[in-house]
Write a protein that binds this ligand. Structure first.
Ligand code: G3I
Length: 470
C-alpha cells in the first residue's frame, strides 16, 4: 500500500504566521526530515513507546556495557537489586545502595526506571521465608510501603506483584507463603503501593501469560478484570516474554495484549529474551515488536539484559547484542520493525527526568540586550493511513528565558497527542499553543523540541508553526 504524501515538498519553507508579541521575533521554517530512528529508543519513541533493558549494578563499570545501554535504551530495570532479598536483607533494615546505583545511573543519563519487584514468592530474604500468617502479611505490606516510599517519584512503573499464578492447566494462584496469607494478598499489596507512591504505574508481572488460550493467561486476565471492576488500583500488566524453542512466541500474542489492554490497563513487555540465533531468532523478535506496536496501550518493551553474555541464560544467546557488543540480526529486525511503525501510544510516557544539576545554570541574560527570539523548525515523522507525527525544534537565536510555539492545523485535521510540552488550545481546536513543561530558558544556539500526532482526515497539509520568545 502506498502512503499518501503531504502536499508540501521536502525543503520547502512554510510562511511565518501568528501574532508576535511586541518584544518577540517569530520565524517559521519548515525543514522536513523523516529520519528513521537509528537506535532502539529513538525508533520506539516515534510511536511514544520506550525501549528498555535490565541492568546489573556490578556491570556499571564495564564501558562497553554502559555505552550500549546508554545509546540504545531509555527505560531501565534493576535485574536483581530492588528485589526483596536485596532491599530488606534483615527484617526492618533496608538496603538501597545497589538499587540506588542503578537509579542514579539511569537518571544521570536521562532514563526512566521500572521498579522490579515489590512482592514475590521467590528471592525473599531468609527471615521472610520463615514467616507465615498475619506476621508475613504485615511484613510484606511494610516492605511494599517502605520500598515504594523510598523510591517515590523516581519510578515509572512498579512490578508490585510478580509471578503469583501457577503454571499448567489450573489457571489458579501459585501456592506460596504469601498466597497462604489469604487470596487478597495481591490487592493488599497494590493498595499499599498506591498509598506509598501515587505517581507510579502499578503492574502485575508474570511469565507464560503470552498465549491467549493458556489457562495461566486466563487466570491473570480474570484477576485484572476483577480488580478493575472493584477499583483495586492496577494500571498495567507486564508480560515477561522469556521465549525458547519449547515456548515460542505465540501467533496470538497480539490478541493477548489487546484483550488485556481492553480491560483499561497498559500492557508492557517486561523481560524479553528469545533463545536461538540468526534469522529464526530475528523473526521471533520481530513478531513480539509487531504485536506490541499493534496495540495502542502497549507502552514499551524491555529486554532482559544487554549482551548475550549478560543474560541469566547466556548459553541460549537470547539477547540483541553478542558477547562482544556487536548488533545481532535480532537487533536489526527489532529496529526495522520499530521504524515500520504501528499504533501510537495515546498517553506518551512521561518525559525523561532532568538530571539533578548540583550547579544549576543561571537564567541566561541577553548579551547587549538583544530582542529575545527563537526559530521553530518542523520535521515530519511517522505517517500512517489516518495520522502523522510531527516534531518542532525550537532554537534560541538569543538567550531567552522562555518560549511559546503555535501549531495550526487545517480542518478536518485534529491534534490527538502531544509530548514534551504543555499544550493549550483555542476555541476552534485548530490552534495549539505549546509552552515548555519546565523552565523554557535556553542560551543562544540551544535547542529543545516537542512533538504531536495529527489525525489528518484526508488532509495531509503540514501544520503552520510559529515561535515567540521572551
Ligand atoms: O551475585 C551472586 C554471586 O556473588 C554468587 O557467587 C552467585 C552464586 O550462585 O550468585 C550470584 O547471584 C545470582 C544473581 O542472579 C546475580 O547473578 C543469584 O545466585 C541468582 O539466583 C540470580 O538470578 C536471577 C534470578 O532472577 C533469580 O530469580 C537472575 O540474575 C535474574 O535475571 C532473574 O530474573 C528473573 C526476574 O526477576 C523475574 N522473571 C524471571 C527472571 C529470570 O529468571
Amino acid at each position: 500500500m502506498t502512503t499518501p504524501r503531504p502536499t508540501h515538498r521536502r525543503g520547502r519553507l512554510a510562511a511565518a504566521a501568528g501574532c508576535l508579541a511586541a518584544a518577540a521575533l517569530a520565524v517559521t521554517i519548515a525543514v522536513p526530515a523523516a529520519a528513521a530512528g537509528s537506535t532502539l529508543q529513538a525508533a520506539a519513541g516515534e510511536t511514544n513507546r520506550y525501549f528498555g533493558t535490565a541492568i546489573a549494578a556490578n556491570k556499571l563499570s564495564d564501558g562497553t556495557y554502559t555505552n550500549i545501554a546508554n545509546r540504545e535504551f531509555n527505560m531501565i530495570t534493576a535485574e536483581n537489586e530492588m528485589k526483596m532479598d536485596a532491599t530488606e536483607p534483615n527484617r526492618g533494615q533496608f538496603s538501597y545502595s545497589n538499587g540506588d546505583r542503578i537509579v542514579n545511573w539511569a537518571r544521570q543519563n536521562g532514563k526512566q526506571v521500572r521498579g522490579h519487584a515489590l512482592a514475590w514468592h521467590s528471592q525473599q530474604p531468609g527471615w521472610m521465608q520463615n514467616l507465615s500468617g498475619t506476621d508475613l502479611r504485615n511484613a510484606m505490606l511494610n516492605h511494599v510501603t517502605q520500598v515504594a516510599s523510598y523510591y517515590k517519584g523516581k519510578i515509572y512503573a512498579w512490578d508490585v506483584v510478580n509471578e503469583a499464578y501457577a503454571d499448567g492447566s489450573s489457571g489458579g494462584r501459585r501456592d506460596s507463603n504469601l498466597q497462604r496469607t489469604g487470596n487478597d494478598w495481591i490487592e493488599a499489596a497494590f493498595r499499599a503501593a498506591r498509598a506509598a507512591d501515587p505517581g507510579a504505574k502499578l503492574c502485575y508481572n508474570d511469565y507464560n501469560t503470552d498465549n491467549w488460550s493458556h489457562a495461566k493467561t486466563q487466570g491473570v486476565y480474570n484477576m485484572v478484570r476483577d480488580f478493575k471492576s472493584r477499583g483495586v488500583p492496577i494500571d498495567c500488566v507486564g508480560f515477561q516474554a522469556h521465549f525458547n524453542s519449547g515456548n515460542p512466541v505465540p501467533s496470538n500474542y497480539d490478541v493477548t495484549l489487546r484483550n488485556f489492554a481492553a480491560l483499561g490497563v497498559d500492557v508492557q513487555i517486561t523481560e524479553l529474551d528469545i533463545e536461538g540465533s540468526g534469522s529464526s531468532q530475528a523473526q521471533q523478535y520481530q513478531g513480539v515488536v509487531q504485536a506490541c506496536l499493534s496495540v495502542a496501550r502497549c507502552t514499551g518493551i524491555t529486554v532482559w539484559g544487554v549482551r548475550d553474555s549478560d543474560s541469566w541464560r547466556a548459553s541460549g544467546t537470547p539477547l540483541l547484542f553478542d558477547g562482544s557488543g556487536n548488533k545481532k540480526a535480532a537487533y536489526t529486525s527489532v529496529l526495522n520493525q520499530l521504524n515500520a511503525g504501528g499504533t501510537t501510544n495515546p498517553n506518551p510516557n512521561p518525559t525523561t527526568p532532568t538530571p539533578t544539576d548540583p550547579n544549576p545554570t543561571p537564567t541566561p541574560t541577553n548579551p547587549g540586550g538583544s530582542t529575545p527570539s527563537c526559530t521553530a523548525t518542523y520535521s515530519e515523522g511517522q505517517k500512517w493511513n489516518d495520522r502523522f507525527n510531527g516534531t518542532v525544534t525550537i532554537r534560541a537565536n538569543t538567550n531567552i528565558s522562555s518560549w511559546q510555539s503555535t501549531v495550526t492545523v487545517r480542518s478536518p485535521q485534529k491534534i490527538i497527542a502531544t509530548w514534551n510540552g504543555s499544550p493549550t488550545w483555542d476555541s476552534s481546536g485548530n490552534v495549539m499553543t505549546m509552552r515548555p513543561s519546565g523552565s523554557g530558558a535556553l542560551s543562544a544556539g540551544q535547542t529543545t523540541s516537542f512533538g504531536f500526532t495529527v489525525q489528518h482526515g484526508g488532509n495531509w497539509t503540514w501544520p503552520s508553526i510559529t515561535c515567540s520568545a521572551s
